[in-house]
Design a protein around this ligand. Structure first.
Ligand code: DQA
Length: 140
């Protein structure tokens, strides 16, 4: 059975409540049930943290055992060389996801430290981006 780790970074615990015109009305925990139904043959692990070091610790802990990592590092995407280094350090391939189209937003969201460490990036397709990332990772 393939194992995929989904990592959400800061403020993504507030999905459903946070800026719904940008991020939608659905909580991630609710959406996760749909993902589990879509991929019954995949063992999904989910981790969310608002703390950079905790995200890095989780990448270290599971990143050598997983078949893939789906990561939305939230605002750390645009600031964290340390998370980028963690993705480089582990063996699991990663896909970066953003719910919103970061390229249609403020210029500080246009650069990602993580993209170069990932197999690919899914941007602006809402929560569906996570499904697409998982589908790609299990195809590897
Ligand atoms: C985000 C985009 C980031 O710029 C922002 O800081 C987030 C969410 C997204 O999923 O669209 O927290 O990663």
């Amino acid at each position: 059975m393939k194992q995929i780790l989904i990592i959400n970074g800061p403020n993504l615990n507030l999905l459903g409540k946070r800026e719904p015109t940008i991020y939608g009305n659905r909580s991630f925990v609710d959406y996760l049930k749909t993902v589990e139904e879509l991929f019954p043959d995949v063992q999904l692990r989910y981790f969310q943290s608002n703390h950079e070091g905790e995200l890095i610790d989780k990448i270290h802990e599971l990143g050598f055992d997983m078949d893939g990592i789906v990561i939305n590092a939230g605002a750390y995407t645009h600031t964290s060389i340390a998370i980028a280094d963690a993705l480089s350090a582990v063996t699991a391939p990663a896909v970066e996801v953003h719910i919103s189209n970061v390229h249609a937003r403020e210029s500080f969201r246009h650069h990602s430290y993580l993209s170069a460490k990932c197999k690919g990036v899914v941007v602006g397709l809402g929560l569906m981006g996570y499904e697409m990332a998982i589908r790609y990772l299990i195809s590897l």
